[in-house]
Design a protein. Structure first.
Length: 367
């Protein structure tokens, strides 16, 4: 247990032991304890100890993503295992539901997509790969995003896969495999189809600009470990958890600062006391700690949300929301120029995104 906590936190072994002792062996609470003491940084996704691959299948207006787990990292480099991940991604892409999560129980009953397997259904294909590799293989989750259901706006789906593996000569061209991946949906409104006399060249140029920007955002989502689109999406329990951690950090720092103050500094403080306002030292300290805590909490929550993060894949590192506004103006000007100064205003929005990391903890699972 100490080894697992040390691997997640990079904290010294003795600190890990102390943390586990303080929280009766709860790994998640031990991570919070280490963060509160300033020994470990924020968890980048609540990872569990799993191996395998994440696979994306992208075609037409739909992208499907799956996570397949194995017991060892060695299996992820196995060609048969990679082909199996591609098979599952292709099968999810070719069947309902069109969008959202697919139940694994339902997926197991489906026939494999195309001619990628001789098995009668996915459950049989899973049994075949498990027997061939001699490791426990688990289809952990499956999800799809689709732009064909959107109306009144032009929408593009883009993706990014980090740590690409697999032989392009063997895998279907629509498939990408790796250790982490993201999908992001960007919309432009009004729809380009609603703009009269817009040339095909301008339409292609605008969609290409939107797609390229979406790809950079997808890269950013993976690099920044983004969890939410905006602050309103953060669950209340997570806000309470972060508040408790930051409050403890602030209290600890205040105690340490007071301990380090020299005797001379304390004497000077006493002399200035008469010049202060009627508030007591204790009241001032409380107000100062509350201001510090509020600022730190706001910063921490903004770091968790896409729109308030610093764009890591864009030159100059603009705030994502500001970048999107700037891009909207750029596309508006392009369309106005192409349409002889027509009075139109284009607006870009992030409809949704997903970020998957191998072994990422999911709500409802035991940590």
């Amino acid at each position: 247990m100490v080894k697992e906590l040390r691997g997640k936190s990079n904290a010294p072994m003795m600190d890990c032991k102390k943390a586990l002792t303080e929280v009766d062996g709860d790994i998640s609470k031990a991570m919070d304890w280490l963060r509160a003491k300033g020994i470990a940084k924020a968890n980048q996704g609540n990872r569990t100890a799993t191996e395998g691959l994440i696979g994306l299948y992208s075609k037409d207006s739909k992208i499907s993503i799956v996570e397949i787990n194995s017991e060892t990292d060695f299996v992820a480099r196995n060609v048969d295992f990679q082909s199996f991940v591609a098979l599952i991604a292709a099968t999810v892409h070719s069947h309902e539901p069109t969008v959202g999560d697919m139940k694994i129980e339902e997926l197991l009953t489906l026939p494999p997509a195309g001619n990628l397997s001789k098995a009668s259904n996915i459950k049989e294909a899973l049994g075949d790969i498990t027997s061939a590799i001699r490791e426990n293989i688990i289809i952990r989750r499956a999800y799809s995003m689709n732009t064909s259901l959107t109306t009144g706006k032009s929408t593009v789906l883009t993706q990014y896969v980090h740590g690409l593996v697999g032989d392009e000569a063997i895998l279907p061209k629509e498939v990408q495999l790796g250790k982490s991946a993201s999908i992001i949906s960007l919309s432009l409104s009004p729809s380009l189809s609603q703009i009269p006399s817009l040339s095909d060249n301008t339409r292609v140029s605008v969609l290409d600009t939107l797609t390229q920007s979406g790809r950079k955002l997808a890269m950013h989502v993976v690099a920044a470990h983004t969890n939410y689109l905006k602050m309103e999406d953060i669950p209340e329990e997570e806000i309470e958890r972060e508040t408790a951690i930051i409050r403890e950090q602030t209290e600890t720092e205040a105690v340490n600062k007071e301990t380090k103050r020299s005797t001379m500094e304390k004497e000077r403080e006493k002399m200035k006391k008469k010049e202060r306002e009627r508030e007591t030292d204790a009241q001032q300290a409380v107000r100062m700690k509350e201001r510090i805590m509020t600022a730190r909490l706001a910063k921490r929550l903004s770091e968790m949300c896409l729109l308030t993060q610093t764009h890591m894949a864009e030159e100059g590192g603009p705030i994502v929301d500001k970048f999107i506004q700037s891009l909207s103006k750029k596309i508006t000007e392009e369309i106005k120029t192409a349409n002889n100064g027509s009075d139109i205003s284009m607006s870009i929005s992030v409809d949704s995104f997903c970020r998957w990391t191998l072994g990422q903890h999911q709500v409802g699972e035991e940590k």
